[in-house]
Design a protein around this ligand. Structure first.
Ligand code: FES
Length: 328
């Protein structure tokens, strides 16, 4: 799954080699990434993603979808985005599909996880298209732990749906629903009656996420966890005027005017904060809030986390109060 995009790469990247590339469905390739010295890569957990820093200067975030117990290789699945068909290899996914081959080197940042698999005896996984990628390792983990689970997996057509061969081994837990054969996922039959014992994990296009969120409105808090491909649409900022941000550890205070982000204001003061997507979807710029009330404008935090206000993503989030104090 790809979240957001930028041309500014994260600061801490490791160089890896592409050791395999495979076409696993229509317009979907997987890349296997390993260190040139065959050394260990950082550990990760289901739901994690990495930044992929491409030789054409673009950075994209992709979910890890391989075996988390394999310490020496990562696997990512990459959908050719529709825009890249028109723009050729000038886009991230177009470059990967058309110009990146085994033997090439790329940078990676992370892994980071904003989509943790919490313990449960029962799970319902819902994937739309390439949204299957973060769910694959979750399914492996749930199965390994002996949890009960079902996967609803929708896609345009069977040929466009990746990893069907791997999922076939799970038998009747997997419900494959190509739209041209069966129509849209039948969410109501799975979600109409709230089940307090079930955790629902959903990843896919915005339309699917919105429909699942609406269907789960009467479910217990935290029953549903989602991950978005792209930033959620946001209302106008709460605070239309400039506000001050005190950087407690640095001893500086910056003024954030309506036309710049907190991240940019902090950067202009000489304080480096790592960033990647700059759209509030990847989690790289997470910053601890010490005082004040953030205006959360990211697509990561849930309602409770927003209410607590202990952290914010300063590439997009702003302030409800005249002053914020950050742990920077
Ligand atoms: Fe991605 Fe801020 S840089 S959330």
């Amino acid at each position: 799954m790809v979240r957001g995009a930028s041309t500014a790469g994260p600061a801490n990247t490791v160089t890896v080699s592409v050791t395999a590339k495979a076409l696993v469905a229509e317009d979907v390739v997987t890349l296997t990434l390993e260190r040139p010295d065959e050394g260990r890569l950082p550990d990760w957990t289901p739901g994690s993603h990495i930044d992929l820093v491409l030789p054409n200067g673009l950075t994209r975030q992709y979910s890890l979808c391989g075996d988390r117990w394999d310490a020496r290789s990562y696997r990512v699945g990459i959908l050719r985005e529709p825009a890249s068909r028109r723009g050729g290899s000038g886009s991230g996914s177009g470059y990967v599909h058309d110009e990146l081959w085994p033997g090439d080197r790329v940078g990676i940042g992370g892994p980071r996880n904003n989509f943790h698999l919490v313990p449960s005896e029962t799970y319902l996984f819902i994937a739309g298209g390439i949204g299957i990628t973060p769910l694959l390792p979750m399914i492996h983990q749930a199965d390994l732990m002996g949890a009960q689970w079902n996967l609803l997996y929708g896609g345009r057509r069977r040929m466009s749906m990746a990893f069907l061969d791997e999922l076939a081994g799970y038998g009747e837990c997997v419900h494959v629903v190509p739209q041209d054969e069966f129509g849209l996922l039948d969410l109501s039959s799975w979600l109409d009656a709230p089940r307090p014992d079930v955790k629902v994990y959903c990843c896919g296009p915005a339309g699917l996420l919105d429909a699942v969120e609406a269907a789960c409105r009467t479910w217990p808090p935290h029953a549903l966890r989602t991950e978005r491909f792209a930033a959620r649409e946001q209302d106008a900022p709460v605070h239309g005027a400039p506000f001050d941000v005190e950087l407690r550890r640095s001893g500086a205070t910056v003024t954030v005017t309506p036309d710049i982000s907190v991240l940019d204001a902090v950067g202009a003061a000489g304080i480096e904060v790592f960033s990647s997507c700059r759209q509030g979807v990847c989690g790289t710029c997470e910053t601890t809030v010490l005082e004040g009330r953030p205006d959360h404008r990211d697509s990561i935090l849930d309602a409770d986390e927003r209410a607590v206000g202990a952290c914010m993503f300063i590439c997009v989030s702003r302030s409800c109060t005249d002053r914020l104090v950050l742990d920077l």
